[in-house]
Design a protein. Structure first.
Length: 367
């Protein structure tokens, strides 16, 4: 899992390397975007991608590129799912059903670790900020049977060994968000996917989006699923995505068309059309890293600031798919890129560059 975290940071650093400049949307911008994407697909041997761009709370551009890829084509968005899980938790906080600073054991009495004292101290906020003290170094998923429910994931952590006291260090750890998904289930009385559908997907009119707890479930339920690819000798080959548990950290399946609606929520202070899914205060919390420690991770988002300009970003990495998102809340721009190929070592640098190049092309600035 460490290589996935390194790719997350790589994408973030590449975006920061581009200077964003001010200008209005140019009349021929659509042609420039199209030409840029087509060139990148050719030079990087990308078989297909779907792109969505929003500006000032409107869908500005959405298009599919490559064989059988359309704005309605479904992709597993992997770790971008964490931001959906964070919204679900904060909705229940606003409803008075979850306390961010309450221990996880208040909601999941059976939650425990190899260090039971640390388990007692971990709060909901710690899980959201990846400051639970848990790390891949203390819990290796690769050598354990894959769970098929969120409850099984929670039970599987009983031998996990924390690396730090809760709230003192950042460690990107996928199961943090699986535990949160189980908390949502227990508190709401709904399966996690059902909660997301009724409280997030449906209000946002994300009609082609759903949640799957396992990859096998996603392949069965998706009727417009893209075909994933791997790269070998600079040639993309169609390949079956690896089976496994997705849970609350990676289980959302979506489209470029639907992701555009979701991203508007993040540039419009929690509002989509006439629906307020979260208050502006909760959205600000969602987008703010913990001030107590040195960390760029808020709640489901990496957050950076350059010249007083905030950039929210995250990517999602599977063996045959890659997704990449950037949100500029102050400038009200957002970009979603969904690829039917993974960010393997051959194109690990190239794919984050595409997002950064689009930001530069948009010529965005705070003025």
């Amino acid at each position: 899992m460490r290589w996935r975290y390194r790719l997350l940071l790589l994408g973030m650093l590449i975006v920061l390397g581009f200077q964003l400049r001010a200008n209005a949307v140019q009349p021929n911008l659509e042609m420039k975007i199209d030409r840029f994407i087509t060139h990148q697909m050719t030079t990087q041997h990308i078989p297909g991608l779907a792109l969505a761009i929003t500006h000032e709370n409107q869908v500005m551009y959405v298009k599919g590129y490559g064989k059988a890829i359309a704005p309605q084509t479904q992709f597993p968005i992997a770790s971008l799912s964490k931001s959906f899980t964070a919204i679900a938790v904060l909705q229940l906080v606003e409803a008075g059903q979850i306390d961010l600073d309450a221990p996880v054991k208040q909601y999941l009495p059976n939650f425990t670790l190899a260090d039971t004292q640390t388990a007692d101290q971990i709060t909901i906020r710690h899980l959201l900020n990846h400051t639970s003290g848990l790390s891949d170094f203390g819990f290796s998923e690769a050598f354990l049977p894959q769970p098929i429910t969120n409850a099984e994931r929670v039970d599987s952590l009983h031998n996990a060994r924390p690396l730090a006291a809760p709230g003192t260090q950042f460690h990107y750890f996928n199961p943090n968000y699986d535990v949160l998904a189980r908390v949502v289930e227990v508190v709401s009385g709904q399966f996690f996917g059902e909660y997301l559908r009724s409280h997030i997907f449906t209000p946002l009119q994300m009609s082609q989006t759903f949640h799957a707890t396992t990859m096998a479930e996603s392949l069965q339920c998706g009727d417009r699923m893209a075909t994933g690819h791997i790269m070998a000798f600079a040639i993309p080959f169609a390949a079956q995505e690896l089976s496994g548990y997705l849970g609350g950290n990676a289980g959302v399946i979506s489209t470029a068309e639907d992701m555009a609606k979701y991203l508007i929520l993040h540039t419009n202070e929690g509002r989509f059309e006439d629906k307020q899914l979260l208050t502006s205060d909760s959205m600000a919390l969602l987008h703010t890293p913990p001030p107590q420690i040195k960390s760029l991770y808020a709640m489901g988002w990496f957050v950076t600031t350059e010249n007083n300009r905030q950039i929210l970003q995250h990517n999602g990495i599977l063996s045959t798919f890659y997704t990449d998102v950037a949100v500029l809340p102050n400038e009200e721009y957002s970009i979603a890129l969904l690829y039917n190929i993974s960010a393997s070592s051959l194109i690990a640098f190239a794919l984050p560059q595409i997002k950064a190049g689009l930001i530069q092309l948009l010529n965005v600035s705070s003025g």
